[in-house]
Design a protein around this ligand. Structure first.
Ligand code: BT5
Length: 256
């Protein structure tokens, strides 16, 4: 489709009618063709979407937006942990424009929820030339039958009237770019850039009792206290052991 809103926002934007994975495509092309910071690849027909930890993101053609953005922030590697969190916040803020904002929240590290159900997920990957590709899947026009799991939702299910992918894509980029720029301008300092406060305020995980599943099938129960300078979730385990900074894992919010 025409993407007049989105095209003016970034130096390079490629809309693909169909692709296996926008992340995969951008990882391959960015390194091979030297694409600049803030290049975007997007589609609404992603046939082999990747999730985290080897899982998949599944959405029938036309039901979801898949958007990947190439970032070359020239920051110390540990600080890059903030990039998917920034992307998740940008998706949440974009979703605010389409559904009632008080229903939109973020679950660390990468889920955007509406009314507690998953609207979006984010996956960040490194390229061979040291850039970061941050991909977001957002369920847009999906009906309940389109969605692979009953815990998912879409903008349409939540009552949004959508005219196509361009307004959703441009809303996401409009929210992402200022967050990213202030984070980079602050040298990757999430605190002074205001990114940490903005993400924390939006993150339903912080202050919650959680069940945390770490890679390797390790389960920890505890309370999420906050997010550290590298974007890690800081957890106070319920067994009284020391604070645990968590870089990767799956969180379930537990009702007290
Ligand atoms: C994610 O992984 O949520 C990251 C998804 C990232 C997708 C984007 S699309 C653009 C870019 N290109 C790619 O190839 N990927 C990125 P994770 O936290 O591991 O969650 C995966 C789990 O979410 C699955 O195991 C399902 O349970 C669930 N899921 C899959 N498809 C979904 C959907 N359309 N809506 C909601 N939940 C879904």
């Amino acid at each position: 489709p025409d993407l007049p809103l989105s095209s003016v926002l970034v130096p390079r934007l490629e809309w693909l009618s169909s692709i296996g994975s926008t992340n995969g495509e951008l990882v391959a092309r960015a390194a091979a063709q030297g694409w600049p910071d803030l290049s975007v690849v997007a589609t609404d027909d992603q046939t082999a979407g990747r999730g985290r930890l080897g899982r998949s993101w599944v959405a029938p053609a036309g039901s979801a937006l898949a958007v990947s953005i190439l970032l070359r922030p020239r920051l110390p590697i540990p600080r890059l942990g903030w990039l998917p969190l920034i992307a998740g916040l940008a998706v949440a803020r974009a979703a605010d424009r389409f559904v009632s904002a008080d229903r939109v929240s973020v679950k660390w590290p990468n889920d955007v929820l509406v009314g507690g159900r998953k609207l979006s997920g984010v996956l960040s990957e490194l390229t061979t030339d040291g850039a970061v590709v941050v991909g977001a899947g957002v369920n847009t026009a999906a009906t309940a039958e389109d969605l692979p799991v009953p815990t998912a939702t879409s903008l349409a299910i939540e009552g949004a009237t959508l005219t196509g992918p361009d307004p959703v894509l441009s809303a996401y980029l409009e929210e992402l770019l200022p967050l990213y720029r202030s984070f980079v301008a602050a040298g990757g300092d999430a605190t002074t850039s205001g990114v940490r406060a903005a993400v924390s305020e939006r993150c339903a995980t912080i202050g919650s009792r959680i069940r945390l599943e770490l890679p390797g099938d390790i389960v920890v129960h505890g309370t999420a206290l906050g997010i550290d300078t590298d974007g890690r979730l800081v957890v106070q385990p319920a067994d009284g052991s020391g604070l645990l900074p968590v870089a990767a894992g799956d969180v379930t919010h537990v009702r007290p």
